[in-house]
Design a protein around this ligand. Structure first.
Ligand SMILES: [Zn+2]
Length: 457
């Protein structure tokens, strides 16, 4: 073989390799990608014809054409379309499609939406990849039905309440109680089909209270119904506490040694602020997570007894107290006291007056050893600063069981119980749930009244 022939065959092979590499490169490049655009509908099964339908078309090489065609009453109508130059092509196209105003009266309970999209790929002889999707949409223009059956007459700042209502829709999707302060209470099914019940709570740091039931169906029809509960303002004690040098240098310094957030912080006033604000916030976040859960089961009975967790106890600090802390005449920190402090004897036995399930039974920062129990319907009790916990997570307790003993674990000076009551993650005034008459007038009496109304319908 001559040298010349040899080198020309090498060139041929090289050209071939380059050509193959070029084809492989193009085949794998975005310019020639072969993936169809994806089409997604926000609510792919229902439409109320008044709320625009949200459609998202996405593709890696950008969208070059799209069409949205409605088939209603057997006739096709183009609702929206677009052609995009290469420089204007988006990888994600969000469309809001409205039902045509001159569409006439719909004679069917179903419409079909056809969505076509072509991407900017040069695949398929520069035609691009085409996606076609058809969605049958049930037309539902009816609002859910909501009516309030019963609620307690008034709710106080820091207090609890209850509401029972009727809600019905063929395609019910969401049901909750919206409040003026952003909290959504989640109702449980109650007694008979399409009835619901929920406890309510007015957080102590919120100036006002109002609430409404909100029902939304799968087609996006919304019905709201106000709960005309009388919101009665209640004021709570304000305490000004001057921090003493000795308290900071001894008590706080000792306490700070046990918290992660105060490691490496030497100034005891700084340590106090971290414990009173950041550690407290962390501990309360955990408490709120545990106590925000609401069962989905149907409530047939809810008949709580008054709580008195500690026998022969006297109250040493009340719920709702706003504590302003100052040092050398300057205000340095603030906190709300969100439970009632009860004291009797050292290591006094703590018992529950209502059956409950233990959800937490460990140490929680400033709360010390702290069991939390659920008594049904999103009603929780919390026991802080215990010396000993006598329950474990997932234990089902009956009324009368001893679950812990009082102590001074966590941020506590002197043996006492910090007793907290929570409704769907909100600390409420324990005094109400410790008062037999209040429970009858505001909770159990309202439930009995609601059952009577429902039975007579
Ligand atoms: Zn306390």
């Amino acid at each position: 073989m001559s040298r010349r022939g040899n080198s020309s065959s090498i060139v041929t092979v090289l050209l071939f390799v380059v050509a193959i590499a070029g084809v492989v490169f193009l085949y794998n490049s975005e310019t020639f990608e072969r993936v169809k655009p994806t089409i997604a509908l926000q609510s792919p099964a229902y439409w109320n014809l008044s709320k625009p339908l949200s459609i998202r078309i996405s593709d890696a090489s950008g969208i070059s054409h799209y069409k949205v065609i409605l088939n209603a009453n057997g006739e096709e109508q183009l609702l929206s379309s677009g052609i995009f130059e290469e420089k204007d092509r988006k990888k994600e196209l969000d469309l809001e499609i409205s039902y045509p105003k001159i569409g006439g009266v719909l004679k069917t309970s179903e419409v079909t939406l056809r969505i076509e999209a072509i991407d900017g790929s040069r695949w398929d002889f520069f035609a691009g990849n085409k996606a076609i999707e058809s969605h049958k949409l049930s037309v539902d223009q009816r609002q859910p039905n909501v009516s309030i059956v019963a609620h307690n007459y008034h709710i106080q700042t820091g207090g609890s309440g209850i509401v029972i209502f009727h809600a019905k829709d063929e395609n019910l999707d969401e049901l909750y109680i919206e409040t003026s302060f952003g909290k959504k209470f989640i109702p449980q099914p109650f007694y008979k089909p399409d009835y619901y019940i929920s406890l309510l709570a007015w957080p102590v740091d919120e100036k006002s209270f109002s609430a409404k039931v909100v029902a939304i169906d799968k087609a996006g029809n919304v019905k709201q119904s106000s709960i005309n509960i009388y919101a009665k303002k209640r004021t709570y004690k304000i305490s000004n506490i001057a921090l003493k040098e000795r308290f900071l240098k001894e008590t706080i310094a000792d306490l700070a040694a046990g918290f992660e957030l105060t490691q490496g912080v030497d100034d005891s006033l700084e340590q106090f602020k971290i414990i009173n604000e950041e550690v407290r916030a962390q501990n309360e976040k955990l408490i709120h997570e545990i106590t925000s859960q609401v069962p989905t089961t149907t409530v047939h009975h809810f008949n709580p007894e008054a709580f008195y967790p500690l026998k022969n106890a006297k109250s040493v600090a009340s719920y709702g107290e706003k504590r302003f802390y100052s040092y050398e005449g300057k205000r340095v920190s603030t906190a709300y006291h969100l439970g009632i402090d009860l004291a009797s004897v050292q290591n006094g036995e703590i018992s529950i007056q209502n059956a409950g399930n233990t959800l937490f039974a460990s140490y929680n920062g400033i709360y010390g050893n702290m069991p939390i129990l659920h008594h049904g319907m999103g009603l929780y009790t919390l026991y802080g600063h215990c010396s000993e916990i006598r329950t474990a997570v997932d234990t089902q307790h009956k009324a009368g069981d001893v679950i812990a003993t009082t102590g001074m674990s966590g941020y506590a000076f002197g043996d006492h119980l910090h007793f907290g009551v929570l409704v769907q993650g909100i600390e409420v005034r324990p005094a109400e749930w410790m008062d037999k008459k209040w429970i009858k007038d505001n909770i159990t009496g309202i439930i009995a009244q609601a059952k009577q109304i429902i039975d007579n319908l």
